[in-house]
Design a protein around this ligand. Structure first.
Ligand SMILES: Cc1cc2nc3c(=O)[nH]c(=O)nc-3n(C[C@H](O)[C@H](O)[C@H](O)COP(=O)(O)OP(=O)(O)OC[C@H]3O[C@@H](n4cnc5c(N)ncnc54)[C@H](O)[C@@H]3O)c2cc1C
Ligand SMILES: NC(=O)c1ccc[n+]([C@@H]2O[C@H](COP(=O)([O-])OP(=O)(O)OC[C@H]3O[C@@H](n4cnc5c(N)ncnc54)[C@H](OP(=O)(O)O)[C@@H]3O)[C@@H](O)[C@H]2O)c1
Length: 282
């Protein structure tokens, strides 16, 4: 009898031992696939994680075990936090690179799975890195919309600016859908529309599929088309502030245009008229 009890105790002991978890683990709550190249997901927010809307963190999964040592190392990549700083959960918007070391696996996560989330948010696309102004522009291509998905829901943005304009360009219409639905939700949701105060304007374009607005952000800015379409005055360093997030060539080209309008690049340590971050490393 005592032997049996001892055995049962041991079994119970084994069962109550904590299940091994990833370092800095965050549990996946929801996953949404937008098309075969893009998905978004929500994870539980660690209670201690504080960040400024627009910042990015390192996230990832454990790599396969090393065939020689059997040891596993984390495989991490930079990701903008797409949810605002006040939100209970964390949201990410991701590319699926077919042979990408991380995203070829990350695209298969499901609710209940765990990812690694390093709790050190950083980044330049923050309100504090800009001098005060009246009109704030978000310039994004592809997944570069992620930091703006956060900032578009940030009350401080609308407290500090009279008008907020999101220009988002993708090759195809389906790649705009995440941003389109988010803007629609912000405008229709009771709480978010109160935060936004009718100040958000949305200017989506495509470059390789027919759409009502077409053309690169850069071309629409330098030709003045966007100002005509929105019925507003051209950019001016006294009033306009910009945040840029796209591929390297896009960032370079748009910086030249913003410089041409008389705006200067700023940083956390030295706020000026615009700030830039890479959406990915080419
Ligand atoms: C500051 C910063 C923030 C980032 N935020 C995000 C984010 O919010 N969402 C996101 O999906 N990615 C983001 N990235 C890119 C991300 O870090 C990874 O590169 C991406 O997840 C792919 O990882 P991978 O290991 O599968 O492929 P990698 O080996 O990292 O990339 C392989 C190739 O895929 C292409 N590629 C990588 N990322 C993208 C992308 N986002 N869009 C188009 N092509 C891409 C590039 O040509 C790259 O050389 C960010 C990168 C930086 C530097
Ligand atoms: N998007 C797709 O359907 C697709 C499909 C398969 C593979 N890929 C690959 O995935 C990678 C990333 O593709 P992506 O489409 O996410 O990102 P991307 O190549 O950065 O293009 C996103 C948007 O940015 C525009 N753009 C690119 N460079 C610009 C510049 N210098 N100035 C202004 N606008 C600029 C593009 O316009 P343009 O169209 O005029 O370049 C496009 O509308 C690429 O290597 C691509 O070959 C993409």
């Amino acid at each position: 009898m005592t032997e049996l009890t001892d055995e049962l105790m041991q079994v119970t002991d084994v069962k109550t031992k904590p299940v091994p978890t990833l370092p800095d683990a965050a549990t996946v709550l929801e996953v949404h696939h937008w098309n075969d190249r893009l998905f978004s997901f929500k994870v539980e927010r660690p209670q201690t994680l504080r960040f400024r809307s627009g910042e990015f963190v390192m996230i990832g999964l454990m790599n396969d075990p090393d065939p020689k040592t059997g040891k596993q190392k984390p495989l991490l990549r930079a990701y903008s936090i797409a949810s605002p700083s006040w939100e209970e959960h964390l949201e990410f918007y991701s590319i699926k690179v077919p042979d990408g070391p991380l995203t070829s696996r990350l695209q298969h996560i499901e609710p209940g799975d765990q990812i690694i989330l390093r709790p050190k948010p950083v980044g330049t696309l923050v309100v504090d890195a800009l001098l005060p102004g009246k009109r704030l522009w978000f310039f994004a291509t592809g997944t570069g919309i992620a930091p703006f998905a956060s900032l578009m829901r940030e009350p401080e943005v609308y407290e500090k600016y009279d008008e907020v304009i999101l220009m988002h360009t993708c090759r195809e219409v389906s790649e705009l859908e995440y941003g389109r639905q988010l803007v629609e939700h912000i405008k229709s949701d009771e709480i978010l529309s109160e935060i936004e105060q009718g100040k958000l304007r949305y200017y989506p374009t495509t470059t390789r599929e027919e759409f009502h607005h077409m053309g690169r952000v850069t071309d629409n800015l330098s030709s003045g088309k966007v100002f005509e379409d929105l019925g507003i005055a051209p950019m001016n360093p006294e009033t306009d502030r910009g945040m840029v997030c796209g591929n390297l060539a896009f960032n370079k080209d748009i910086m030249a245009i913003l410089d041409g309008f008389g705006l200067r690049e700023g940083a956390n340590s030295e706020p000026k008229e615009y700030v830039v971050e890479k959406a990915f490393v080419d």
